[in-house]
Design a protein around this ligand. Structure first.
Ligand SMILES: NC(=O)c1ccc[n+]([C@@H]2O[C@H](COP(=O)([O-])OP(=O)(O)OC[C@H]3O[C@@H](n4cnc5c(N)ncnc54)[C@H](OP(=O)(O)O)[C@@H]3O)[C@@H](O)[C@H]2O)c1
Length: 285
């Protein structure tokens, strides 16, 4: 299978590059390949003739999106309209990544694919708009919603990943304030990449939730990182209200991988297990 991989040096992109070795893979890098430049993007994809395009690109700074609305929509939404039409013309399948932030967090039990999205911030609205373009234009699409990604490359859009940041803070014995009322599921991008490979092998199009098993708050996530490190920095739990982030966030955005289990793809690890494996691989423990 010929696969064009957009954002191949991003956090998820670089793990996909490792995991999809058996495929005929064409990695594409920003800024040479820019999803906001429709004509150049079309020419390049026409020349590659992929069977599947995987788009990991995103404007994923949730707080910055509140002010840089146009940029967020250009990358997370309008580019997906262009990519969808290009895919339609080429007869190519399109895989795109979305977010747990398409939900408002009021449900308080894990969200599955048939739950109604209702984003509470610009980032979430832009990601949902991207999903709608794929669904409206294409039949051969995969939309993957994931949550709390961390991986070896670190999130390029945010400049760090949460685990590496906490390890750094623990090393400096800094005071840390972390929100303790937002529930989500941290997910290792390498495990996600492995399930993507399985899904490509199955070729079953559709909307999928893909995150680790279990749930925690960001404070609990940090606590687990510190306990694996055997360190006890000064960590204070704070409420979202008093944390002062620019963007509103859902207080509960745990995803249930219902559709994925329905097609027999193996479960993700519990988030604590995946975290331990990641920290061992990074030689933090
Ligand atoms: N990180 C999370 O916690 C999280 C949670 C839920 C969902 N997701 C979704 O999962 C996907 C992968 O996230 P990630 O953490 O791997 O992100 P990432 O590390 O920021 O990677 C994004 C990649 O896209 C590239 N890119 C940015 N603007 C581009 C453009 N205009 N044209 C082409 N490429 C561009 C980036 O290149 P440069 O770095 O050179 O700009 C980078 O290689 C995204 O769709 C994201 O919304 C992430």
């Amino acid at each position: 299978m010929r696969v064009a991989l957009i954002g191949a040096d991003g956090q998820l992109g670089s793990d996909l590059l490792k995991v999809l070795k058996g495929f005929n893979l064409f990695p594409l890098y920003y800024p040479e390949f820019d999803v906001t430049d429709k004509e150049k993007m079309k020419q390049r994809l026409e020349s590659l003739k992929p069977d599947t395009i995987i788009n990991t690109s995103a404007f994923n700074d949730v707080d910055a999106s509140e002010e840089r609305i146009k940029e967020a929509f250009e990358v997370n939404a309008f580019a997906l309209r262009d990519l969808s039409y290009i895919s339609l013309e080429l007869g190519t399948a399109l895989m795109h990544f979305s977010s747990d932030y398409v939900f408002d967090g009021l449900k308080k039990s894990p969200y599955h694919e048939s739950d109604k999205p209702n984003p509470v911030n610009v980032y979430g609205v832009s990601k949902l708009a991207g999903e709608y373009f794929l669904q409206n234009i294409l039949e051969k699409y995969y939309i993957i919603r994931t949550s709390g990604l961390y991986g070896e490359a670190g999130c390029k859009g945010k400049g760090y990943n949460f685990v590496d940041l906490m390890v750094k803070k623990a090393g400096k014995n800094e005071d840390v304030k972390i929100v303790d009322d937002q529930y989500m599921t941290p997910t290792w991008s390498f495990e996600l990449a492995e399930r993507i490979r399985d899904l490509l092998d199955k070729g079953k199009y559709g909307l999928y939730h893909m995150s680790s098993e279990g749930e925690c708050t960001w404070f609990q996530f940090a606590g687990k990182i510190f306990s694996l490190l055997g360190k006890r920095p000064h960590v204070a739990p704070v409420e979202t209200k008093s944390y002062g982030a620019r963007a509103q966030r859902p207080l509960y955005s745990v995803l249930e991988n219902r559709a994925l289990k329905g097609i027999g793809i193996r479960d993700f690890s519990h988030w604590e297990e995946a975290l331990k494996k990641y920290m061992k691989e990074k030689k933090y423990i």
